[in-house]
Ligand binder design. Structure first.
Ligand code: PSU
Ligand code: MN
Length: 302
């Protein structure tokens, strides 16, 4: 597959400096224009301020881009109808020379091809509620099991079945860390009420775990759950009510397959009158800081 990077990312990789990958589904399917572009550019700035180089990932005319330009990010945010591309969609979008927004899974694939080990996002996909019937399990989880990229997220939204998601990750050997917490975070709120087995309290500690995994050649990523800052978190009762309502709407509207996640995210945003959007943005900024710090630690005496 054709991959290209921008000049800043190319130089950083060549010189062994820290690079942090970012996904584009969050831009084209996760937030409205123009706040999506504003957020994506702020995330890049925060990563630079914390000593790393940002690489926003997407597919442009069938080419995997690891490190978009500002103009390309703007275009991703503005242009309608960009396909959401997960692992199974990737060869089709490439063959058609189309544009594609990369999910967590696909961002990991392209980051790995370019040699980027750290990836910051908001929330990952997971095992959906009712998956014992529907088998709706995000391809993100298999990617975490096999592809050597570690992901910093604010946990997973309660649109998912969080205990089942953690069980699945355990089965497939994905280390899950709570960052300065003993609970798996639930995106808008600091805790899902589900314990994680391991916590890490500094970027160095996380980097040492990633390094140990790499040195043992245990394929796959480490998942780091970084809770939303207290001051930006939302009332769990309000959020859970909004999520229940969104799930009921999805059922009524017969939403299936890859549309499920974007549909639920948009519904939750509507039901909460966009108040969830501010929190969403803040938690991504918080993850960007931590991701850059971890990438810096990983690069020291490599
Ligand atoms: N969860 C969020 N925000 C998101 C996504 C998930 O809270 O933007 C996006 C990510 O790109 C993730 C994808 O990789 O949705 C998962 O989609 P699916 O469940 O179809 O695999
Ligand atoms: Mn799905």
């Amino acid at each position: 597959m054709n991959i290209r990077t921008n000049e800043e990312v190319r130089l950083a990789l060549e010189e062994g400096r820290p690079v942090v990958a970012l996904e584009s589904t969050i831009i084209s399917h996760g937030m409205p224009y123009p706040r999506n572009v504003e957020t994506a550019l702020n995330v890049e700035r925060i990563i630079r301020e914390n000593g790393a180089v940002p690489a926003t990932v997407g597919i442009i005319d069938g080419v995997g881009v690891v490190g978009m330009t500002e103009d390309e990010i703007e275009e991703f945010g503005k242009r309608g109808g960009i396909a959401k591309v997960s692992r199974r969609d990737l060869p089709i979008i490439v063959a058609k020379k189309a544009w594609g927004a990369t999910t967590v899974a696909t961002t990991m694939i392209l980051a790995n091809m370019a040699g980027v080990e750290i990836f910051v996002t908001g929330g990952i996909g997971g095992v959906h509620r009712g998956a014992t019937e529907t088998m709706d399990i995000s391809a993100d989880l298999q990617e975490l099991a096999h592809t050597n990229v570690s992901v910093i997220c604010a946990g997973a939204k309660a649109i998912l079945d969080i205990p089942l998601t953690l069980e699945y990750l355990e089965t497939f050997g994905v280390p899950v860390l709570g960052y300065q917490t003993d609970d798996f975070p639930a995106f808008y709120t600091r805790s899902s009420g589900v314990k994680v087995e391991y916590r890490a309290d500094s970027p160095l500690e996380v980097a040492e775990i990633i390094k140990a995994k790499r040195e043992m050649k245990l394929d796959g990523g480490v998942l780091i759950g970084n809770p939303i800052p207290e001051e930006d978190s939302l009332d769990p009762q309000i959020m859970n009510a909004a999520i229940d309502k969104a799930l009921a709407c999805a059922k009524k509207d017969g939403i299936k397959g890859k549309e499920v996640t974007p549909y639920l995210l948009a519904k939750v945003k509507d039901i909460t009158n966009d108040s969830s959007l501010d929190s969403n943005i803040k938690l991504v900024y918080n993850n960007a800081r931590l991701g850059a710090q971890i990438a810096c630690e990983l690069c020291k005496n490599r």
